[in-house]
Design a binder for this molecule. Structure first.
Ligand code: ZN
Length: 284
């Protein structure tokens, strides 16, 4: 039997009062639930795992296993419905992003953004590997995200072989960023794009990188902070594919200042998600 347990209530209260104490926000997580079925147990399992690692809030991107690499409209709706239900169940803990497939009819995609962000409780957009970031079919999504004032978190990785479906490299993320300089982009997987990926997006001020990815190599977080500045790096774990505590340790164990760690672990996410503004998003 799983029992509910509060997540750092003292820290959350301090955050809501605007005190100096910062919250730790994981900007890159998923669920892995058969059929994208909501249940209180899913909420509780995520909350307990994050709490054990000292993480206060998590961003839900999509449900793993719903639709694969080229999800249907029904898959998109199911994944987003789950995200909105999780957030409604615990809005102090979950922040939902709207999962989209740019290959779909833009009429559906833009209506889904309005359903989830304008009229729902979501605060960002997630794009995975359905189409490349250089594809013009992303353009209406990026323009609408800028209008709504929400960021777009886009998958990225550098590989020499076995690219997954239409997986995007950081160079393609830079192409997207230059086409849409008014849209905030979070490029996923610092530990997948590594040094070359950091350099690719260095001259795109609208791109941040999340710290998730594969096996960490010494000096990588420090390098990203040096090249991009601490305001352009955000903590992400890719839970439940990766372990919350291990992923958080990439940041806490790096050779950067406490101030820089606080930006990466929470303060940058508060800024780009507008969590400390009345109403939270531009469109509210
Ligand atoms: Zn992920």
């Amino acid at each position: 039997m799983v029992t509910a347990r509060p997540v750092f209530p003292r820290r959350i209260r301090a955050f809501e009062k605007g005190d100096e104490l910062y919250v730790v926000i994981d900007i890159h997580t998923h669920t892995q639930v058969a059929g994208a079925e909501f249940s209180p147990e899913v909420v509780d399992a995520a909350r307990r795992a994050a709490s054990d690692a000292g993480i206060d809030k998590i961003v839900y991107l999509f449900n793993l296993g719903t639709g694969g690499r080229d999800p249907s409209e029904q898959d998109i709706i199911a994944s987003n419905d789950l995200g909105m239900r999780l957030t409604a169940a615990d809005p102090a803990f979950f922040i939902g992003f709207c999962y989209l497939n740019p290959a779909h009819d833009p009429a559906f995609t833009l209506a889904e953004m309005d359903r989830c962000i304008m009229h729902g409780n979501m605060r960002g957009v997630k794009l995975w590997v359905a189409v490349h970031a250089t594809d013009a079919r992303l353009d209406p999504i990026m323009e609408r995200a800028a209008q709504l004032g929400v960021p777009v978190l886009h998958h990225s990785w550098y590989k020499s072989t076995t690219w997954a479906h239409n997986e995007s490299s950081p160079a393609e993320i830079a192409h997207l960023a230059r086409r849409h300089p008014d849209t905030t982009i979070i490029m996923a997987h610092l530990a997948g794009v590594r040094w070359r990926g950091v350099l690719d997006i260095k001259d795109c001020p609208n791109v941040l990188v999340d710290t998730s990815g594969g096996v960490q190599e010494a000096g990588l977080v420090e390098y990203a902070v040096r090249e991009l500045g601490p305001e352009r790096v955000v903590f992400g774990s890719d839970w439940p594919l990766r372990n919350f505590a291990v992923q958080k340790a990439r940041v806490t164990g790096s050779g950067i200042t406490q101030e820089q760690k606080e930006l990466i672990l929470g303060k940058n996410a508060v800024r780009i998600l507008k969590l400390n503004e009345v109403g939270g998003c531009d469109h509210v």
